[in-house]
Write a protein that binds this ligand. Structure first.
Ligand SMILES: C[S@@+](CC[C@H](N)C(=O)[O-])C[C@H]1O[C@@H](n2cnc3c(N)ncnc32)[C@H](O)[C@@H]1O
Length: 349
């Protein structure tokens, strides 16, 4: 995300913390809505010391609203006098507390609504806020209580293209981060061997519209979903087994994939018999020096990839819905380092 902020020229990075990247911008705030690797982007409104664990602390958080220069913040986000229909707040905190997120949201929400003379829409009853509300966020990180104002009309991780979702669909900002890591260049051929709803390819096509992109999946309903999600983008979809791809040896520049194990989807076809078929196909179709960027639920299978001749060049731990996964970037050996290529019908190791 920090690399994307710098690339878009949004400002200077001032801090990288727990699930947060802070940056200082001198440009209009609206440019930041172009970020694709961020779940959301906010303007810093105010900060005070964290309130600790006690329930009474939550009721003092209204002062965050008093400390903020609300007029200036709203001018920066809205550009002009757009009528406000209300206020909504989402809160989160680190560690155990004797209050819940709704206690924090309601205290800050009522204080903001009072100052702005609009209605506060609480999430406590599970209802979503109406459109055109200003979105506020409160975080308690053990050191600071922080109030922020959402820049976009809705959280950035919601994508207009996401018409359809199927089980196992990747979170779009994570797919965008994987596509960035893959460093796709104009003219590259990019493949997702088990593409599901096509999130990785939809994000990759937006980052590099001059690449050729192809998605494969065994499940016809997943292919239909990905066709809808990638409508208008240069992506082709074909029904195939990721263990036996209809692609020539050494023909692919970039592979992007989260394979169907360890998550909500079970492997089918050849992959149900052995993950070796997947590794063997990755190695077979990658051109010399080409790379695969994959999301794995664990590392126990990585030696199989190494035995197939793939070289891990970057490894990063990520948490997805509380569970640990690994982003792994692997390279196929370059021309000089290349061993005898393995044919499609070689027995996987
Ligand atoms: C975790 S999902 C992929 C999500 C997707 N990458 C995205 O961007 O949203 C895994 C997919 O693997 C597919 N699958 C399972 N076994 C397969 C196989 N042998 N060949 C191809 N696809 C397979 C499932 O149908 C499912 O759609």
């Amino acid at each position: 995300m920090a690399a994307e902020i710098l690339q878009l020229g949004l400002g200077l990075i001032t801090q990288i913390g727990h699930r947060e990247v802070h940056f200082r911008t001198h440009r209009s705030a609206s440019g930041a809505v172009a970020l694709r690797t961020a779940d959301d982007v906010f303007l810093l409104a105010s900060q005070c010391a964290d309130i600790g664990v006690a329930k009474q602390g939550a009721s003092t958080l209204g002062r965050l609203a008093d400390l903020a220069d609300l007029d200036s913040l709203l001018r920066r986000v809205r550009g002009g006098p757009v009528p406000l229909t209300g206020v909504e707040v989402s809160a989160s905190f680190l560690g155990r507390r004797n209050f819940n997120r709704y206690d924090v949201e309601d205290t800050v929400g009522h204080a903001l609504a009072r100052r702005l003379a609009v209605r506060y829409h609480s999430r406590r009853a599970g209802e979503g806020p109406p459109r055109n509300c200003t979105g506020w966020r409160v975080t308690l990180d053990g050191e600071h209580a922080t109030l922020m104002l959402r820049i976009a009309d809705r959280p950035l991780h919601r994508r207009d293209y996401r018409q359809r979702s199927v089980p196992g669909s990747l979170h779009p900002p994570l797919a965008a981060a994987m596509a960035r890591m893959a460093d796709i260049r104009p003219g590259h051929t990019v493949v997702d061997p088990s593409c599901g709803a096509g999130t990785l390819l939809a994000e990759a096509a937006r980052q590099q519209p001059r690449a050729r992109l192809y998605g494969f999946d065994l499940d016809v309903s997943a292919l239909r979903a990905s066709e809808e999600n990638a409508a208008g983008l240069p992506v082709g979809f074909v029904r195939a087994d990721a263990g036996h791809l209809p692609l020539p040896d050494g023909s692919i520049d970039r592979i992007l994939n989260n394979p169907p194990w360890g998550g909500q989807v079970s492997p089918g076809g050849l992959l149900a018999a052995s993950t070796s078929f997947w590794w063997a196909e990755l190695r077979r179709v990658l051109a010399p020096g080409a790379t695969a960027t994959v999301l794995l639920p664990g590392l126990e299978d990585l030696p199989t990839g190494i035995r197939h001749g793939l070289v891990p060049i970057h490894l990063q731990r990520v948490r997805i819905s509380g569970a640990q996964s690994f982003l792994v970037h692997l390279a196929a050996p370059g021309k000089q380092e290349r061993r005898k290529p393995r044919g499609r019908y070689d027995t996987p190791m």
